[in-house]
Design a protein around this ligand. Structure first.
Ligand SMILES: [Zn+2]
Ligand SMILES: [Zn+2]
Length: 117
Protein backbone atom coordinates (compact mmCIF):
# COMPACT_ATOMS: atom_id res chain seq x y z
CA UNK A 1 0.00 0.00 0.00
CA UNK A 2 1.36 3.44 -0.91
CA UNK A 3 1.07 6.51 1.23
CA UNK A 4 1.05 9.77 -0.49
CA UNK A 5 2.67 12.27 1.82
CA UNK A 6 2.74 15.95 1.29
CA UNK A 7 5.95 16.94 2.99
CA UNK A 8 5.38 20.29 4.68
CA UNK A 9 8.75 21.85 3.97
CA UNK A 10 8.90 25.34 2.64
CA UNK A 11 12.42 26.29 1.93
CA UNK A 12 13.39 29.73 3.02
CA UNK A 13 10.18 30.45 4.85
CA UNK A 14 11.64 30.42 8.34
CA UNK A 15 14.22 33.12 8.85
CA UNK A 16 16.60 32.18 11.62
CA UNK A 17 16.45 34.24 14.73
CA UNK A 18 19.35 36.64 14.84
CA UNK A 19 20.76 35.21 18.05
CA UNK A 20 20.85 31.79 16.52
CA UNK A 21 22.57 33.19 13.50
CA UNK A 22 25.19 34.70 15.74
CA UNK A 23 25.61 31.44 17.58
CA UNK A 24 26.23 29.39 14.50
CA UNK A 25 27.97 32.13 12.62
CA UNK A 26 30.53 30.79 10.26
CA UNK A 27 33.22 32.98 8.90
CA UNK A 28 33.08 33.71 5.26
CA UNK A 29 35.81 34.82 2.97
CA UNK A 30 35.80 38.55 2.72
CA UNK A 31 37.28 40.75 0.06
CA UNK A 32 39.22 43.72 1.35
CA UNK A 33 41.13 46.46 -0.40
CA UNK A 34 44.81 46.74 0.27
CA UNK A 35 45.81 50.09 1.70
CA UNK A 36 49.15 50.06 -0.03
CA UNK A 37 48.57 48.83 -3.56
CA UNK A 38 44.79 49.24 -3.79
CA UNK A 39 44.36 45.67 -4.92
CA UNK A 40 41.61 43.47 -3.62
CA UNK A 41 42.64 40.62 -1.42
CA UNK A 42 40.79 37.90 0.41
CA UNK A 43 40.54 37.90 4.17
CA UNK A 44 39.79 34.22 4.40
CA UNK A 45 37.46 32.57 6.86
CA UNK A 46 40.43 30.85 8.46
CA UNK A 47 42.25 34.13 8.92
CA UNK A 48 39.16 35.75 10.39
CA UNK A 49 38.89 32.93 12.86
CA UNK A 50 42.55 33.33 13.70
CA UNK A 51 42.11 37.06 14.20
CA UNK A 52 39.09 36.48 16.41
CA UNK A 53 40.97 33.94 18.47
CA UNK A 54 43.85 36.34 18.95
CA UNK A 55 41.43 39.09 19.84
CA UNK A 56 42.51 41.31 16.97
CA UNK A 57 39.81 43.85 16.37
CA UNK A 58 41.13 45.29 13.17
CA UNK A 59 40.96 43.69 9.82
CA UNK A 60 44.16 43.41 7.89
CA UNK A 61 44.94 46.57 5.96
CA UNK A 62 47.20 45.09 3.39
CA UNK A 63 47.38 42.20 1.01
CA UNK A 64 49.78 39.40 1.64
CA UNK A 65 52.35 40.69 -0.82
CA UNK A 66 52.40 44.14 0.74
CA UNK A 67 52.54 42.71 4.23
CA UNK A 68 55.50 40.61 3.24
CA UNK A 69 57.15 43.54 1.52
CA UNK A 70 56.79 45.64 4.65
CA UNK A 71 58.17 42.84 6.74
CA UNK A 72 61.24 42.40 4.59
CA UNK A 73 61.71 46.15 4.41
CA UNK A 74 61.77 46.29 8.15
CA UNK A 75 64.23 43.45 8.28
CA UNK A 76 66.44 45.18 5.81
CA UNK A 77 66.39 48.37 7.83
CA UNK A 78 67.22 46.46 10.97
CA UNK A 79 70.21 44.83 9.44
CA UNK A 80 73.36 46.54 10.64
CA UNK A 81 75.48 48.37 8.16
CA UNK A 82 79.23 48.41 8.29
CA UNK A 83 81.51 51.04 6.97
CA UNK A 84 84.79 50.00 5.46
CA UNK A 85 87.43 51.49 3.25
CA UNK A 86 87.10 50.56 -0.36
CA UNK A 87 90.15 48.58 -1.32
CA UNK A 88 90.10 50.00 -4.79
CA UNK A 89 89.50 53.69 -4.52
CA UNK A 90 90.01 54.22 -0.80
CA UNK A 91 86.58 55.74 -0.48
CA UNK A 92 83.92 54.81 1.99
CA UNK A 93 82.20 51.52 1.36
CA UNK A 94 78.99 50.74 3.18
CA UNK A 95 78.33 47.03 3.36
CA UNK A 96 75.65 44.97 5.02
CA UNK A 97 78.11 42.37 6.31
CA UNK A 98 80.95 42.71 8.71
CA UNK A 99 84.09 43.24 6.63
CA UNK A 100 86.55 40.42 6.98
CA UNK A 101 90.07 41.64 7.59
CA UNK A 102 92.26 40.93 4.63
CA UNK A 103 89.36 40.66 2.27
CA UNK A 104 88.70 43.22 -0.37
CA UNK A 105 85.79 45.50 0.26
CA UNK A 106 84.50 47.55 -2.62
CA UNK A 107 82.31 50.57 -2.52
CA UNK A 108 79.17 50.55 -4.63
CA UNK A 109 80.77 52.30 -7.55
CA UNK A 110 83.81 50.04 -7.63
CA UNK A 111 81.70 46.96 -7.14
CA UNK A 112 79.59 47.92 -10.12
CA UNK A 113 82.67 48.75 -12.16
CA UNK A 114 84.26 45.41 -11.32
CA UNK A 115 81.11 43.61 -12.34
CA UNK A 116 80.92 45.36 -15.62
CA UNK A 117 84.43 44.27 -16.26
ZN1 LIG B 1 48.87 45.25 -1.50
ZN1 LIG C 1 85.68 52.28 -4.46
Amino acid sequence: MMYNYTVPIKIGMQPLKSNIVRLIKMYEDKTLICKDCGEEFVFTAGEQEFYAEKGFENEPQRCKACRQARKSNRNRADRPKFTAVCSKCGGEAVVSFEPTPGRDVLCDACFKASKEG
